[in-house]
Write a protein that binds this ligand. Structure first.
Ligand code: C2E
Ligand code: MG
Ligand code: MG
Length: 712
């Protein structure tokens, strides 16, 4: 569509060029044509309105830009272009300017016919006639959408440049052209100090030339590099940063700049270290934990494969830690462990490892010992003895002075001999040997121990089956009074082993304790004994008999022990008044408060208590007084030597006297001869148990109990 020529609206202009001279006229027409062409072909859009703002003329550029044809635009008010974004006061200012005869310059965010928006920069001027009357406004407008977009981009870029990350822009020679505020905050150098320098300003000296060489190689190849780098702040502090370097290319594809963006990762690194520390160390002592020990052991075996030198593992367990922890409290227990850790660390060389596996278990790993096994063993022994001595000194525990001793198991290693698992087992086993050997001592692992372990492992599997397959039997051994009359029996468990025949409890009770199998086993014993007790009660001649049942530590301290025993009594109908539990000192000392609470609860049901093997343990009066016991059982070792060793006679006498002073009954076990019985009787003992009165025997020999023995 053809735009109308502006001349048609400009009557006054025609008159002005009216003249008699044809040349002038020609001139005038020519200039009008030129003017019209210029307006028509103008690269900017031109709009002419009447004084009210109604469009009278638009040029082709306007049509092109707005999408309105000249025909559609003419007669419309200029506000057809409005996007509604300009505020009323801005319009008021515009009108005030042009109405006062001046030109207004400004920008519009306008709307095309199709609804899309564009930016234009406008100059709007009033057009006056000869008399000075306002006849038009002329607006000359330029599309600045692209320029605005570019400006926006620049603004975004400038904001981004001032981000939290430190930024440097360098030229191709590495000379710094610009840095941002974060750069100053992180490095300490102001923009003035940095510009003109190269990033060498920040070199920490922690990386060699090869590092930087590889970095630039990468930048040249890929256009960018990123990674961790150590730099130096203005104040000299060296810090880690995460740096990304990007190449900037010009429009010809030539490198024009490099931009470096970096963040200070000191905090991040600290957190990482902290996490690593938590994962690999024991929080109480700060020593390496099991995980780290295994890791180091791995490395040690690898190193040993290379240098042929041997190493040693020392397994260290504190002998009385549990009792100490229970009696003094956990905070004191913790203090002790911390001091043990410190002493251990003092006993070793740099490069050796002390780790805490948990509880009171520590492991020391020695490396770089002799190639010769005998020499290596003696080196390990020297360290072991040193540890033994160091841990034997008393420990000051917040006002308390406390003693503790360790049991140490040692095993040597070299790469081709051992697996890690095997090594730990060997050291652990040797440590148990040290415990069995009287504690506060050191034992080396030897292959014979291994045989013991294998046998034990087999026994454990078999014992597990024994409980399930009904291979257990309960024997009963008579207990008599001073007149030899049967008063009751002690239940003694037996294992009817399919190959080995009858196995005695000494061979499997400790294992059952260790593995927890004592719980089902003990439960079975209680049920069987109570069933038997109920059966006796049903017959006149056995109704008065009591039943003594051995209860081991783990069983007694199980949280449900009291409830389970009550359930057994209820289930079997056995009379609790006739039930006696035999406890050992290890049971009592384990957790004194728990022991007392349970004894009191069971005593309330009528159950009585006998202290088994008395005289072999602590035999301390102070705790005896606190325990609601009924009977002391003099251990058979004293009875056995009663007539030969003068000491044992006096011990037996002391025990009996002690029991009497505490108001407790006394029974002697292991009485095999009348002479023994007579001595005991002369010392005041009133009850006996032993081969003299009967061997333990099965339930099938019950008649044995139905005819009370005559006094010999
Ligand atoms: P204990 O409770 O001190 O039992 C006495 C042990 O001495 C029994 O050995 C018994 O057979 C033995 N004995 C009895 N009279 C004589 C004698 O005149 N001379 C000699 N030399 N020995 C005699 P046993 O039956 O081998 O039991 C050993 C230990 O096993 C028991 O010692 C007890 O601590 C434990 N035990 C036995 N049965 C059970 C049970 O059902 N549960 C628990 N937890 N432990 C049990
Ligand atoms: Mg017993
Ligand atoms: Mg005993």
């Amino acid at each position: 569509m053809k735009a109308q020529a502006p001349v048609s609206h400009r009557g006054s202009g025609d008159r002005a060029t009216d003249g008699p001279e044809p040349t002038e006229r020609e001139l005038g027409e020519n200039s009008l044509k030129t003017f019209a062409r210029a307006v028509e072909q103008s690269p900017v859009s031109i709009v002419i309105t009447d004084p009210g703002g109604n469009i009278q003329y638009v040029n082709p550029k306007f049509e092109q830009l707005t999408g309105y044809t000249s025909r559609e635009a003419i007669g419309q008010h200029t506000r057809i272009l409005s996007s509604g974004e300009k505020r009323p006061e801005e319009y008021r200012e515009l009108w005030a300017t042009i109405n006062s005869g001046r030109t207004w310059h400004g920008e519009f965010h306008n709307r095309r016919k199709d609804g899309s928006l564009f930016w234009e920069r406008a100059s709007i001027s009033p057009v006056l006639d000869e008399q000075g009357a306002l006849i038009h406004f002329v607006a000359v407008k330029e599309d600045i959408t692209e320029r605005r977009a570019a400006e926006n981009e620049l603004r975004v870029a400038a904001t981004a440049f001032e981000s939290q990350e430190g930024m440097t822009v360098t030229d191709t020679n590495g000379v710094i052209l610009r840095v941002n505020r974060a750069f100053t905050r992180i490095t300490g150098y102001t923009a003035e100090e940095a510009v003109g320098q190269t990033p060498r300003l920040l070199y920490s000296g922690r990386h060699d030339e090869a590092f930087y060489g590889a970095m630039w190689e990468r930048i040249r190849r890929d256009g960018s590099w990123q990674g961790e780098i150590w730099n130096r702040r203005k104040d000299g502090e060296i810090y880690p940063e995460w740096l990304a370097i990007t190449t900037v290319f010009d429009e010809h594809g030539q490198v024009s700049h490099y931009v470096g963006a970096f963040s200070d990762i000191t905090q991040h690194k600290l957190a990482e270290d902290k996490i690593r520390q938590l994962a690999f160390s024991d929080s109480l002592t700060g020593l390496p934990n099991r995980r780290l020990l295994l890791d180091r052991l791995h490395q040690a075996l690898a190193a040993s494969a290379r240098n042929k030198r041997r190493g040693a593992l020392l397994f260290i367990d504190l002998d009385n830690f549990k009792t100490l922890n229970d009696t003094l409290g956990h905070d004191k227990g913790d203090l002790l462990l911390i001091q043990v850790a410190e002493r251990l660390a003092d006993c070793i060389r740099e490069g050796d490892t002390v780790a805490r596996l948990g509880g009171d278990e520590f492991v020391v790993m020695l490396e770089d010992l002799s190639e010769n096994p005998e020499d290596a063993a003696s080196q390990a022994e020297t360290v072991g003895e040193k540890i033994l001595a160091a841990l034997n000194y008393s420990y000051p525990l917040a006002g308390y002075e406390c003693r503790s001793t360790p049991s140490i198991g040692v095993t040597l290693f070299s790469a081709h001999q051992n697996s890690i698992d095997e090594l730990l087992k060997q050291a652990d086993l040797a440590m148990y040997q040290a415990k069995a050997g009287g504690r506060n001592t050191l034992r080396f692992f030897d292959p014979e121990m291994q045989a013991v372990v294998t046998a034990r492992a087999r026994l454990e599997t078999e014992l597990r089956e024994a409980v399930l397959k009904n291979q257990l039997l309960l024997y009963y051994q008579a207990q008599v009074d001073c007149a030899g009359r049967l008063t009751g029996a002690e239940a003694l468990v037996r294992w009817q082993h399919p190959r080995r025949g009858l196995v005695s409890p000494g061979d499997f009770i400790p294992l059952a304790e260790e593995t927890g199998l004592i719980l089902p086993l003990g439960q079975w014993v209680l049920e069987t004994a109570c069933t038997q007790l109920a059966a006796w009660a049903a017959r006149a001649d056995t109704a008065i008999l009591t039943m003594a049942v051995n209860v081991s530590a783990r069983q007694f301290h199980h949280v449900d022990f009291v409830a389970q025993l009550r359930a057994v009594l209820d289930g079997t109908g056995a009379n609790p008044e006739r039930l006696k539990l035999e406890l050992t000192e290890s049971v009592l000392l384990n957790d004194l408060e728990d022991t007392i609470a349970k004894m009191v609860a069971l005593k309330a049901r009528g159950i009585s208590f006998s202290l088994d093997d008395f005289g072999t343990g602590y035999s301390s009066l102070s705790y005896l007084k606190r325990l609601p016991l009924n009977q002391l059982k003099v251990d058979q070792s004293f009875v056995r030597d009663l007539l030969t060793g003068a000491n044992d006679a006096s011990i037996a006498r002391t025990i009996i006297a002690m029991a009497q002073s505490l108001g407790l009954a006394v029974i002697a076990e292991g009485v095999e001869t009348e002479a023994q019985r007579d001595v005991l009787a002369s010392q005041g003992c009133q009850a006996y148990q032993g081969y003299l009165f009967g061997h333990p025997a099965g339930a099938e020999s019950l008649p044995y109990f139905t005819t009370p023995l005559e006094t010999p």
